[in-house]
Design a binder for this molecule. Structure first.
Ligand code: BG6
Ligand code: MG
Length: 219
């Protein structure tokens, strides 16, 4: 590939471990509705927008509800989630994230956030991550959720870098598909089995260096 000029990062599951808070809030909702919701079920919600997540959850519980009721349930889940993330601080930044973000900046690579979450700014503020980004694109700025490429295309535009020169870091299948559709390289964070569509997969950003990124240029 051509010379890499920018790194675009997903938030939940890549920079911070918020998947557990999403899981606890969805599980509480499912339990209130009278069915169980397992960690395995939760895998299907990673990277998926709030309303699409609710649809998956309701299909697991075999429930069909009106649009008004769905809005009410999504708001209830979000209230619980917001309560959890309001307690977050920098200690919840995932291993290796800060070091790699800083290394990108020290090496002249631009950085952007590309998240589906409408709560991204709260998390970035509470963890002190805001100064690490040249551009921040979140769920309040997009009209189509991942796997649609909009979030990453907007990020590249805001950085003024062409998509082929961007690398996306993602922990969700929907996010990797979004990166592919945006014509960007993609590094998966998590399990190689689940994230087989990525260029390569690492366990966490602690395994990432700018030197390793350069290997993608030779690929
Ligand atoms: C993604 C998460 O980053 O954001 C999903 O992986 C979540 O689990 C989605 O549903 C939307 O988040 P929010 O904060 O807008 O409900
Ligand atoms: Mg994620």
């Amino acid at each position: 590939m051509t010379h890499i000029q920018a790194c675009l990062f997903d938030l939940d599951g890549v920079l911070v471990d918020t998947a557990k808070y999403h899981y606890l809030a969805w599980k509480r909702l499912a339990n209130e509705l009278g069915f169980d919701f397992t960690e395995q079920d939760n895998e299907r919600l990673k990277g998926v927008s709030r309303m699409a997540s609710l649809d998956i959850l309701l299909s697991i519980g075999k429930l069909t509800l009106s649009e008004a009721k769905k809005q009410e349930l999504a708001a209830r889940k979000n209230d619980w989630y917001v309560e959890s993330i309001s307690q977050m601080d920098h200690t919840e930044i995932l291993p290796g994230a800060l070091v790699f973000l800083q290394a990108c900046r020290d090496n002249g690579l631009k950085t952007a956030l590309g998240s589906a979450s409408k709560n991204a700014m709260t998390i970035l503020n509470n963890t002190g991550l805001i100064p690490y980004f040249d551009a921040i694109i979140d769920g309040t700025r997009t009209s189509s959720a991942k796997p649609d490429p909009e979030v990453f295309i907007l990020g590249a535009q805001e950085l003024n870098v062409s998509p082929e020169r961007c690398v996306v870091f993602e922990d969700a299948e929907a996010g990797i598909e979004a990166a592919r559709r945006a014509c960007m390289s993609c590094i998966g964070i998590g399990s190689p089995t689940t994230l087989s569509q990525a260029d390569f997969v690492i366990a966490s950003l602690a395994d990432m260096t700018v030197e390793r990124l350069k290997q993608l240029e030779q690929a």
